[in-house]
Write a protein that binds this ligand. Structure first.
Ligand code: PRP
Ligand code: URA
Length: 221
């Protein structure tokens, strides 16, 4: 179950009841770190289903116990997961369960608290690689600065057409979707929710707070 809006043609909102149910638990301030992490994992897995819906499949002969048939498989597709550290790390394991041969390219970006601009501090992209699809993973799309910078990095590295880039977020703010859409109209965005707005500190409202702190227990008491 998905929703698209006229205002944001690159955005797909995943409205599946399981996703919405789990996201609501995640948002609660009462949800402890352990459950929060499990929910990031579970929602990421459910979102992967939609985000990979256009992967091409090719015929493959398969021998069942009864006869031979022509099945389908995702042949030779080179999938890459690009988690934006830290918070994107929580989405990796779920993706790897579904796509065990995917490579993982870590990209470290944090938001400067004062300027809200992204600062790159780690980049583990390989020197070269054959890739068909890059999935950028980050639970939060707020101003869009981090996501735009991550896509810039990937495009500079060489991940341009025919390589496809997709952005997967759990919660997006309209400001962030707008920014990414303007900078990279060729990059589809998938989110489990489109929230109301950013507050004056750049947090998504109503949001879920700081996704990194909530996953790694660094939010203080
Ligand atoms: C969070 C989040 C995104 C970024 C979103 O990371 O995980 O990467 O903020 O904000 P933006 O759209 O305004 O750029 P943060 O900088 O808090 O780092 P962390 O994951 O290490 O906590
Ligand atoms: N990063 C987060 O973790 N949460 C927000 O609401 C905004 C940016």
């Amino acid at each position: 179950m998905i929703e698209r809006t006229k205002e944001f043609p690159t955005l797909t909102i995943i409205r599946h009841p399981l996703v919405q149910h789990k996201l609501t638990i995640m948002r609660s301030r009462e949800t402890p770190t352990k459950i929060f992490k499990e929910l990031v994992d579970e929602i990421a897995m459910l979102m992967a289903y939609e985000a990979t819906i256009d992967l091409s499949v090719e015929p493959l002969d398969v021998q069942t116990p009864l006869e031979t048939m022509v099945g389908r498989h995702i042949s030779g597709k080179k999938l890459t997961l690009v988690p934006i550290l830290r918070a994107g790390l929580g989405m990796v394991d779920a993706m790897l369960e579904l796509m065990p041969t995917a490579q993982v390219w870590h990209l470290g970006l944090f938001r400067d608290e004062r300027t809200l601009r992204p600062v790159e501090y780690y980049n583990k992209l390989p020197d070269s690689a054959a890739v068909d699809l890059c999935l950028i993973l980050d639970p939060m799309l707020a101003t869009g600065g981090s996501a735009t910078a991550a896509i810039d990095v990937l495009k500079r590295w060489g991940a341009v057409q025919p390589v496809r880039i997709k952005l997967l977020n759990l919660i997006a703010a309209p400001e962030g979707v707008r920014a990414v859409q303007e900078a990279h109209p060729d990059v589809p965005i998938y989110a489990a929710a489109l929230d109301r707005q950013l507050n004056d500190k750049g947090y998504i409202m109503p949001g879920l707070g700081d996704a990194g702190d909530r996953q790694f227990g660094t939010g203080g008491s």
